[in-house]
Write a protein that binds this ligand. Structure first.
Ligand code: EPZ
Length: 421
């Protein structure tokens, strides 16, 4: 079993370059199925969630060509089935997006229910509500979702009871070739929603309002079967490195970022006394005050504080003075990381959906286990802050969403190795 071994403490310094956004790429890749064609996609991160999607594509006879520097060419013309029930479908959450894309292409879809990070229930009722509003009949049995639009897909007005990235993505994928117009109310506003809308519009779709809470889609019968597109940078990877720099009193330039996407985190770090300098495409994090002050965090849909930076932030707050709190409003039980940090000497009280982090306790290295992608990142940051050796198992979770994490941290001066037990 692979582990990450970290000798701490270390103070990070230097430049780190952020890669393509996992959560944008896993939405854009299924979108290429909507119209048979050849698509050139740049800035696709080299991570196992993408490997999983590649396996699904190639098993269905579609061509997937790798070029240098994170560019792939995908040919979806050979696809001849609407049945996506291979085992790989239950490895990732984003496999649910094949439902919307296949519905657009074939008017029907059979997909295996998705997997993904395990921090509690991850319903798909809003995805189903969207498909039904567009005229599809949906049934769920044998661990599969059967979706069919016997009379074709017709535009509709859909209100999302909860702001949902996944449901917003899936409804967009299903609506772009529907007859008539669709409005998504209370839509997710994440940058990856905007990225998907930009890609689909490049393919000839007619989507307006992405990035706001009302998205309007005018259905078109055909999309262009070719386009080139560059995926946006990963704001969660950028945030992970910003937090790691702050937690280790480091001096780090995080490059290839879109500072606007980081505003909620930047504001919190500055509040705590972290030095932040922002350029056009970089954020410079440097020591300003120490010890850092406490913080009160409430996770929210974009542009609020991202739930996907919650575990990493908890690690930083163990290094700050005083009692900080994190209230989780998206994944109410996303606290598996806390026990592992407490094994390293942290003092975190969890009473879902709130964690109280009693800061100022030094951390000591220990054997710990990552339970999901972002919890794994939080443990890496803790290992960098801790006195002694930290051994992190569950590396497969980290590999799902971070390309070359070990090399990037090594380049910043961390003593970190990937070993195979
Ligand atoms: C996406 O998950 C991301 N994953 C998650 O990132 C991220 O945490 C989440 O959005 C929130 O930003 C991908 O993009 C692949 P949601 P998703 O639908 O789409 C409720 C990571 O670490 N809900 O926005 O599954 C749900 O329970 C991962 O990169 C329903 O009630 O999240 C939650 O409380 C982890 N019914 C809220 O909405 C539904 O049908 C937001 O979920 C769907 C969701």
């Amino acid at each position: 079993m692979e582990k990450l071994i970290i000798q701490g403490p270390s103070s990070l310094a230097g430049n780190v370059f952020v890669g393509g956004f996992k959560n944008a790429a896993v939405a854009v890749l299924p979108a290429t199925i909507i119209q048979a064609g050849v698509y050139n996609l740049e800035n696709i991160p080299d991570i196992t969630d993408i490997d999983c999607i590649e396996t699904i594509f190639t098993k269905k006879g579609m061509e997937w060509k790798h070029h240098s520097n994170n560019t792939v060419t995908i040919d979806t013309r050979a696809l001849a089935t609407h049945d996506f029930t291979d085992d790989e479908m239950s490895n990732i959450r984003a496999s649910i997006y094949f439902a919307g894309a296949l519905l657009s292409r074939f008017g029907k879809a059979v997909v295996a229910l998705p997997g993904g990070c395990n921090f509690g229930e991850r319903p798909i009722d809003l995805h189903i509500k969207g498909f039904e509003a567009l005229g599809a009949v949906v049934r769920q049995e044998y661990g599969k979702l059967f979706v069919e639009a016997p009379n074709g897909l017709k535009g509709a007005s859909i209100y999302l009871d909860t702001v949902s990235v996944g449901a917003t993505v899936n409804i967009m994928l299903a609506a772009v070739r529907a007859t008539g117009s669709t409005t998504i109310e209370n839509a997710a506003k994440e940058p990856h929603i905007v990225d998907l809308a930009n890609f689909l519009n490049n393919m000839g779709a007619k989507i307006r309002g992405a990035g706001t809470d009302v998205i309007k889609i005018t259905g078109v019968s055909e999309l262009k079967g070719h386009t080139s597109y560059t995926i946006i940078q990963d704001m969660i990877e950028a945030g992970t490195f910003m937090i790691a720099a702050a937690a280790t009193r480091g001096n780090v330039f995080i490059r290839n970022v879109i500072p606007k996407h980081m505003e909620s985190l930047t504001a919190k770090l500055e509040e705590m006394g972290v030095g932040i300098d922002t350029g056009d495409d970089y954020i410079h994090v440097f020591p300003k005050e120490w010890p850092l002050g406490r913080a009160v965090i409430k996770t929210m849909p974009y542009p609020g504080f991202p739930t996907d930076l919650h575990p990493q932030m908890a690690t930083l707050l163990t290094q700050a003075q005083g009692d900080s709190t994190i209230k989780e409003t998206v994944w109410l039980t996303r606290f598996q990381y806390a026990n592992e940090l407490n094994r390293m000497g942290a003092n975190i009280d969890v009473n879902c959906p709130v964690a109280v982090i009693h800061g100022g306790e030094g951390l000591t290295g220990a054997p710990v286990s990552a339970s999901d992608l972002r919890a794994g990142a939080a443990l890496v940051i803790a290992g960098l802050c801790a006195q002694g050796t930290t051994a992190i198992s569950g590396v497969k979770y980290i590999d799902r969403g971070y390309e070359n994490l070990v090399d990037k941290f090594k380049h910043l001066g961390a003593d970190i190795e990937r070993v195979d037990d």
